[in-house]
Design a protein around this ligand. Structure first.
Ligand code: DX5
Ligand code: ZN
Length: 218
């Protein structure tokens, strides 16, 4: 099994101190930095784009895990790869040519991820699984931090785990994760846990290490 990775989402960071928030979360034990990019079109919210990511990329060697909630995604893949995204994840629902998008990400030198909204079946990625380095099961409807985990996601995580089988692919889950449900999510087969509000809530760096540890230990 692949190692457990904790991926704090900087969507819940204090953007006025974004660089400090990233350095603090790495010091606190984060494995991946989860970067939520929203366009106000694919999802009903706007966050930030490649220039913001690029400006903080140099602060740490940590893996930058970029979650693109944008449609179309293809015109922006090169900007994120050039800006230092280690993993670029596109949504299966974001365009008609998912196969091409995943090929393009790998051709740019990043790892390729595919995300599934709560309503999208795992079968939607059956024919592209060998182009994936990461599968992201959304456990909330994307667009906002601080929402509740959708319980049916556990069954879907098990289905995604079965599809991945022995392949060298991360299984990431995103939305509503806390120390209370992290154990069940990992038991269902996930190895990368995204958490925004459960880690950055309150924006007090003194709490970050304890919050990451609570999720890891769960
Ligand atoms: C949701 C984003 C998530 C979000 C998670 O649209 O993709 O990464 O920031 O936030 P929490 O952990 O607060 O649900
Ligand atoms: Zn995300």
């Amino acid at each position: 099994a692949r190692p457990l990775r904790i991926a704090p989402s900087i969507l819940s960071a204090d953007f006025a101190r974004l660089g400090n928030e990233i350095e603090a979360i790495v010091d606190a034990g984060a494995d991946y930095i989860h970067v939520d990019v929203m366009d106000g079109h694919f999802v009903p919210n706007i966050s930030f784009g490649a220039p913001v990511m690029k400006s903080v990329r140099g602060l740490t060697d940590a893996v930058f895990d970029v979650h693109l909630m944008i449609a179309p995604a293809d015109p922006y893949l090169a900007d994120f790869a050039a800006g230092g995204a280690d993993i670029i994840t596109v949504h299966a629902e974001a365009g008609p040519h998912l196969h091409r998008s995943l090929q393009a990400i790998r051709a740019l030198g990043s790892k390729a991820g595919v995300a599934l909204n709560p309503a999208t079946p795992v079968a939607a990625i059956e024919h592209v699984i060998d182009l994936c380095d990461l599968v992201l099961v959304m456990s909330v409807n994307p667009g906002f931090g601080g929402q509740s985990f959708i319980p049916q996601s556990l069954d879907k995580i098990r289905q995604a785990r079965a599809l991945i089988g022995g392949r060298d692919i991360d299984l990431e889950v995103d939305g509503g994760i806390s120390a209370e449900n992290a154990g069940a999510i990992v038991a269902a087969g996930a190895n990368v846990l995204v958490a925004g509000s459960a880690i950055y809530g309150g924006n007090d760096p003194a709490t970050y290490a304890g919050r990451i540890k609570a999720i890891r230990d769960a």
